[in-house]
Design a protein around this ligand. Structure first.
Ligand code: F0G
Length: 433
């Protein structure tokens, strides 16, 4: 199945070899995507093949990305692929969260169960495979923390040097700790995500370092498998809605591409609608969708406690806008208070997630109240990161000291405060009733 790089701009559609070292279209500057020209196996053959691979112990077949390699068929040779057991994440019913949001049913596809605790691993195994194929020795990214954790892990496992650029003081310690522990050269830059991305793009070109931000189309390919796996878990019955948080918008691009390709290949019969949720203080894509025309206007100083999505100038917006439109989707924004309470509810389900992921449930509740999502509709929310990524946020919420970036105290509506007790059985028995 031959693969090529194709410019995403409808007016350009220039084509390039899959091994070309480019991150945007040399002709028009547009985003690039991987395109396959077939022939494709029939859907029933693919479904059986993917199911049978679950019984095979080969790492490639056990990977929740490479098991579906017919959907990410850009390599000729899989011998250099590094898998850490990515994907294979659960789809969990959450009745309590459903009731809170006003739905009859809701399930979470939890990407926080990945090896480094976020959905980035699905894309990173592909991005690193392409880096190896191109003979690159060093890889780099700017990150709000999860991309850097994932890249550091996969690069080290592959014997590549990882260089991560992070906004100084604005990523959680859990994520910073991962980059350090996995052995990445870690540069804390005194600038925000958007400013550092421009810097890293220049440096990557000048120094011959392979760029692994989600502008890299091979990362997007890997993230498609989140949706393939989801559909397999649902026996190929698409939900009405797939809800996800939006930051740099790579995941929105990946989910839309996966859905379109699955529809084209007969794996699903209809497209679910995408609902992209942004944090109020970093919502340029929401504003663009509301205006309905023109180009994205960056937010110069994005602010949110959900630091993973603290991004004002998302690179993948043209792809994301296209995918939202094709699926009849919507874009919503939610407040810090709504995110914090939604997150506590996800915790009470025994599931848990990091703040950015909880924007999904907050958004569902809001879209439900507005009548855009109906009570009986079938909704899947994608939880993008693990609860332990940002314990500081959780401790502050439950001890009633969580403040917005502007310094306003949030209400800890569902606080569960720890209780300090003396070493005294009578006193403790009294407290326990
Ligand atoms: N949720 C989490 C936990 C994330 O880490 C990110 C992005 C998103 C949602 C948004 O996804 O960018 O594809 O729209 N984190 C990036 C990073 C930017 O550097 O780790 P997106």
């Amino acid at each position: 199945m031959p693969a090529e790089l194709v410019c995403f701009e409808a007016a350009c559609r220039a084509r390039f070899a899959i091994t070309e070292l480019i991150y945007s279209c040399p002709r028009c500057g547009g985003l690039l995507e991987v395109a396959y020209s077939g022939p494709f196996l029939p859907p029933e053959t693919l479904r059986q093949l993917w199911r049978s691979r679950r019984l095979n112990n080969a790492p490639l077949d056990q990977s929740g990305v490479w098991r579906y390699r017919e959907m990410v068929a850009f390599l000729e040779d899989y011998s250099a692929v590094v898998s850490l057991g990515e994907g294979n994440t659960p789809l969990i019913e959450a009745p309590r969260a459903a009731a809170w949001a006003g739905l009859e049913r809701l399930s979470f596809k939890h990407q926080g169960y990945n090896p480094t605790g976020s959905f980035k691993d699905n894309g990173m195994t592909c991005g690193v495979a392409q880096a190896l194929r191109l003979g690159m020795r060093r890889v780099a990214c700017v990150s709000t923390g999860n991309t850097s954790a994932s890249m550091a892990a996969y690069a080290s496992a592959a014997g590549l040097q990882a260089i991560v650029f992070i906004p100084h003081g604005n990523i959680s310690y859990g994520k910073l700790a991962q980059a350090l522990e996995y052995g990445a050269l870690t540069l804390q830059v005194e600038a925000n995500f958007d400013q550092i991305l421009a810097l890293v793009r220049t440096l990557a070109e000048r120094l011959g370092i392979y760029l692994l931000n989600s502008i890299n189309p091979f990362r997007i390919e890997g993230q498609k498998t989140i949706i393939v796996e989801l559909m397999e878990q649902r026996d190929w019955d698409p939900p009405d809605w797939i809800v996800l948080p939006g930051g740099n918008l790579g995941n929105t691009a990946a989910f839309g591409k996966a859905l379109r390709e699955m529809l084209e290949r007969g794996l699903i019969r209809r497209l679910p609608r995408l609902a992209v949720i942004q944090a109020e203080g970093a919502a340029p894509f929401y504003e663009l969708a509301r205006r309905g025309a023109g180009a994205l206007e960056p937010v110069r100083a994005p602010e949110t406690l959900a630091t993973a999505i603290r991004i004002g100038d998302p690179v993948s917006w043209p792809k994301a806008l296209y995918e939202v439109r094709v699926t009849g989707g919507v874009v919503e924004k939610v407040s810090e208070q709504e995110i914090a309470d939604a997150k506590a509810i996800i915790g009470r389900c025994g599931i848990g997630c990091e703040p950015a992921s909880a924007a999904t449930l907050a958004g569902i509740r809001k879209l439900r109240a507005a009548g855009i999502i109906r009570a009986g509709e079938d909704v899947v929310a994608v939880l993008t990161g693990n609860l332990l990524k940002d314990p500081d946020y959780i401790y502050k919420y439950h001890t009633r000291s969580l403040q917005t970036p502007g310094g306003e105290l949030l209400s800890s509506t569902y606080a569960n405060q720890p209780v300090v007790v003396p070493n005294d059985p009578d006193r403790i028995a009294e407290i326990l009733g």
